[in-house]
Design a protein around this ligand. Structure first.
Ligand SMILES: Cc1ncc(C[n+]2csc(CCOP(=O)(O)OP(=O)(O)O)c2C)c(N)n1
Length: 666
């Protein structure tokens, strides 16, 4: 153990917090400050053991000491807190939400502000370690481990339990490091786990090594940290180490700790691990503590000066890196040379289920980094039969069932994508993506909020929409959710051929994609098409004029395309195919010709995507319009079960046709 370095970094961290708390915060130069005072020493000891390539850490806002031990520059850290240029995010994110991408050595995954959201991406990283090492035979990953850090409050979150389930059921090389300071802001640990000790409560959890100690006991805690890291590195499975540490400051700069009381604050001060570490150091290592402290302080001041001299971020860059423009440091596919397969179309008409399966099969063959997973997608072949036979062909490492946790499915995919894999998670039905909302959201914003340091391109296959009947659970479409969120590409193919082209483009792309599979189109005879060949790709943002006409432009997508084509009037029908991005040009050109526009969709009408399209047409085609732009869509209620009721909710061909006539006769 390099105690001198541990002493130096602990003192650097302490000094940074002190300056921020006493000076930069009151001066309002730093607006968010989360002090690590009290947490430093054990974190830095842990960091000093993360020496292997591809060690991956999922950390949280109190983890700066650990990042310092993994190579974070003091200047970058200050610059981030000061919202200056460079740093973790170029002024886009708060400074405590750090990240540390590197091509070699331990990395820190992009943190986020949501407590508990660090856990499942770290589990994904752990699973990637095994995949890279065991399946791809990449030696760089042979001894790597995943480590996740969290406070005792975070053990009550869904993310914690989801990741724990993944790590223990799959026996992943993952260490849960829980820093128990007894308070989640002001809420006592009695509310987070009964009896306040997560280590004790998990003592009978299968496949989990438990270690429990006190961060103020330097020798005891450092040997526990060593034991935990060695255990996980030796591929024995996951471990959970809980260390008690005092939180010597308020939760954040604004917190006065009025809920703690004088006595408690005094007791916490007397447990400061740094104080005990100094004693330990002077007794066992050297007498140069004071000179190390001096050096730490002057280095910190010098770095602060440099950070203060940095320019503010350039506002003209703020829209950059929402989508792929250039490769991020970590995340996404390397340039893969794809085989052409059989580029000739196969004239046999296949349904959309078979088309998606065939595309997945080819891409799994073409790129060993593609992994397909979700609930029931293994031996059963998925509840929609899309993945039928894929596990048999590609094995359980590449096509696998997961635990029943959508947060786990998506969070794990995020960690995998950062490691360079192309995860293709299936969410069984659109409605069941709800528990994964946080991970989906953070996945989409990752490239932007890390200023292109990290990205997590994943292709989320989500079946939904009405089928033979409807219901509030299996028939949701709500595609607007992701169009409205940052960083997601969204497509909703109406037929088998488009599904092939869009899926292949998604799987070879560098952005996260919501690939919406409409349940009605899965086996609709209309949607059956010849397989367009193994090299067929469709670009995003290119609509398709599926019927030409002169009286009105009807803009639609997904299952509504089929209905729109049954409307008997002389209308032009555009299948948008992708909604983020969407083909404005195609729509505008058509409306300028037909002079009338109707948007037709299955998602609810209020604030549905039709509103966005209508507003664009109203602005861009104002001088050309002979009638107001209109919309027809599902009423703002879920799709009902009873088929007659369903027909009252999803617009029928007759209703659309009447609406068309109304606009034509305006
Ligand atoms: C999902 C979510 N809910 C609430 C918050 C607000 N919040 C931020 S930190 C925090 C307490 C976390 O406590 P703990 O996990 O014990 O870590 P500590 O701050 O004590 O180190 C809360 C409630 C949040 N950031 N995210």
């Amino acid at each position: 153990m390099d105690w001198k370095k541990i002493a130096y970094l602990s003192l650097v961290s302490r000094s940074m917090d002190e300056i921020e708390e006493s000076k930069l915060l009151p001066e309002k130069k730093v607006l968010y400050q989360f002090s690590s005072r009290g947490h430093e020493v054990p974190q830095i000891i842990l960091g000093s053991l993360l020496t292997e390539d591809r060690d991956g850490v999922g950390a949280y806002y109190r983890s700066r000491p650990l990042l310092l031990s993994l190579g974070l520059s003091v200047e970058d850290s200050f610059a981030s807190n000061l919202a200056r240029s460079g740093g973790f995010s170029d002024g886009r994110d708060i400074g405590v939400v750090c990240n540390l991408p590197k091509k070699r050595g331990a990395i820190v995954l992009p943190m986020s502000g949501d407590v508990g959201s660090q856990y499942t991406p770290t589990a994904g990283w752990a699973q990637s370690i095994v995949y890279h090492s065991k399946t791809l035979k990449d030696k760089l990953w042979d001894t790597s481990i995943a480590v996740t850090l969290g406070g005792e409050g975070s053990v009550a979150t869904n993310g914690f339990w989801s990741a724990l389930t993944i790590a223990t059921t799959l026996k992943l090389p993952m260490l849960f490091y829980i820093e128990d300071n007894e308070f989640a802001i002001s809420v006592k640990s009695t509310f987070q786990t009964p009896g306040c000790n997560i280590a004790k409560n998990l003592s009978s959890f299968e496949n989990l090594k438990i270690l429990d100690g006190d961060g103020s006991d330097i020798e005891g805690s450092s040997s526990l940290i060593k034991e935990a890291v060695s255990y996980v590195r030796a591929r024995n499975g996951p471990a959970l180490l809980r260390l008690k540490v005092p939180r010597l400051s308020g939760h954040s700069g604004q917190d006065t700790q009025s809920y703690k009381g004088e006595e408690r604050i005094k007791t916490e001060k007397s447990k400061d691990p740094l104080m005990f570490f100094k004693e330990f150091y002077l007794k066992n290592v050297d007498s140069d503590w004071d000179s190390i402290q001096e050096k730490a302080k002057s280095d910190v001041l010098e770095s602060l000066e440099s950070a203060l001299n940095r320019e503010p971020p350039n506002p003209s860059n703020i829209q950059k890196h929402v989508f792929f423009e250039e490769s991020s440091i970590l995340g996404g596919l390397d340039n893969t040379n794809y085989p052409t397969g059989n580029p000739d179309p196969d004239p046999t008409r296949i349904n959309m289920v078979t088309a998606i399966r065939r595309t997945l099969e080819f891409e799994l063959k073409a790129n060993p980094k593609v992994l397909v997973f979700g609930e029931d997608i293994g031996p059963k072949g998925g509840v929609h039969a899309v993945t039928l036979g894929l596990q048999e062909t590609f094995g359980e490492d590449r096509v696998f069932d997961t635990s029943l946790s959508e947060e786990g499915i998506i969070g794990r995919a995020v960690g995998m994508a950062i490691s360079g894999l192309m995860p293709v998670p299936e969410i069984q039905f659109r409605k069941y993506a709800d528990p994964a909302t946080e991970q989906l959201n953070n996945c989409g914003t990752m490239r932007w909020r890390t200023n292109n340091r990290f990205s997590a391109p994943i292709v989320v296959r989500i079946p939904g929409g009405y089928a033979k009947c409807g219901d509030p659970w299996h028939s949701v479409s709500s595609e607007i959710t992701w169009i409205h969120q940052t960083g997601w590409k969204v497509c909703m193919p109406s037929n088998a051929e488009d599904a092939v082209g869009l899926l292949r483009t998604s799987l070879r792309g560098q952005d996260p994609v919501i690939f919406f599979e409409h349940r009605h189109q899965y086996d609709s005879p209309w949607a059956r098409r010849p397989y367009p060949g193994d090299s067929f790709l469709l670009p995003f943002g290119k609509g398709n004029v599926v019927k030409q006409g002169t009286k009105l432009t009807l803009i639609t997508w997904g299952a509504m395309v089929e209905r729109a084509l049954e409307v008997p009037q002389d209308i032009e029908v555009i299948d948008l195919r992708t909604l983020s991005p969407w083909d404005k040009e195609c729509v505008i050109n058509s409306v300028k010709r037909t002079r009338r526009a109707l948007v037709f969709h299955e998602d609810g009408i209020t604030c549905g995507f039709g509103a966005e399209i209508a507003s664009t047409i109203a602005k861009e085609c104002f001088m050309y319009l002979d009638a107001p732009v209109d919309r027809i869509a599902v009423k703002d209620i879920p799709i009902p079960y009873n088929m007659e009721l369903m027909d009252h909710v999803v617009p029928t061909v007759q209703e659309v046709s009447s609406k068309v006539l109304e606009i034509i006769n305006y």
